[in-house]
Design a protein around this ligand. Sequence first.
Ligand code: ZN
Length: 445
Amino acid sequence: MTPLAFLNEELANVERVLKESLRHEYGPNRSRDYYEECASRLAVMRATIAALSPTDRLAIATQLSELGRLSSFISLLERSHLGEFSWPFADAIRRIADLLLTELDLSGNEKRPILHVVADGGGYLIHNEIIPGYSSNRRLAVVAFPRPLKHHVLLHTIFGHEIGHTTLFAPHISQDLTDAILHLVAGGPLASHGSATQWIKDSNAPVDLKSVLADYKARAGHDFEFTQSSWSSWVVEFFCDIFGCLLFGPSFAAAHVALLKSMHSSDFAVGLDNPTHPPYGVRHILVARVTQALGWSAPITLARDGPIFEAEKAFFDYIQMGPVDAWADIFTTHQLSGAIDAIRTVLDANGKLLYTSPKRDDLIRLIRNLCDGIPPVINELDEFGNSQLSSTAVPHILLSGWITWIGSDKLSLTGSLGFFDLNRLCDLALLQQCGIDIVKRGSVI
Ligand SMILES: [Zn+2]
């Protein structure tokens, strides 16, 4: 078989896979764009391949590589069966992505990203098309939810971090966001990979980290040192934590604690063989400081609100870190406020996405609903018995869920509502809120 014959065979295979993917049932109105983009790319490739010379090995290899990338995106289409993830939450992520990632083409027309959602066996991830190929019209991104956590919407706020990663590759906002990163490396331990190496080996570093460094030296035969790549990975991780916190507020901080603390054997030990992520404890301190800097670290309710106030206090204790190790608090107030301002500018300019705190009365209503086993949306009757529909922001629904869970021993919960039950109620609230928003807009699906 010649290279060109093999390429044609592969093209036919990928076209077949795309057709077969249609036999599945996917999210409402969502897979058509994704399918059409893939089909359009295949049509462009077919025309290009038809004109190739059988001796042009470079062009054949390039086409094969482009085909391979598209094939991996098509295979993800098959993993998005309805019911395997929270589609109201997925819808919220899609709205955020549309607002943040829509680009303009050379004629000034909007090019919206095509975001596809799948249930995956792994963790929270966004497979992002960093540099679209020549055949593409719109950028593809695939959001992967962990299948076992499909109803755990309270944990899904961690997607704020993943969206941070994705935005760094969006050409129209990446420069503004790079400013945020420049603030983080403007001084202090993360100013360079050399200073980061000094910092991690500092005599004041936590004992757990020292032991990991000693273990690394014994195995590798030399001291650990940051490379340019590992240093920049850590900086980006810090940036994404700030980004996620600005997007989802305190419920991002709570998911950050719940998920990441469980995954690490200690706050400061870190894998040094492939050091892509900073120690959990350093990240937690950063997120806690972001909540403090923005006034999101103290109760909105008042002491006279009794149990709800106590529950809120318990929640804010949960997302703070207690006494902070000075070694692990790596950014100055000036660096942090510079990074926050740069991200805030982008979030404000693209759909007012910056988190804002709920009103006290609204938060109380949402928590009372949950205590009664009712989804936390605000829907009241006026004096004539007509339903008064309100828009409740997704982060506020999730905040009420987190406060009710962390402060459950302060509240009187109907029955024995556990973490899973509260997640289901919040998931239902997101679904109801989608319905309320449709009614308020006066549109019908
Ligand atoms: Zn990350």
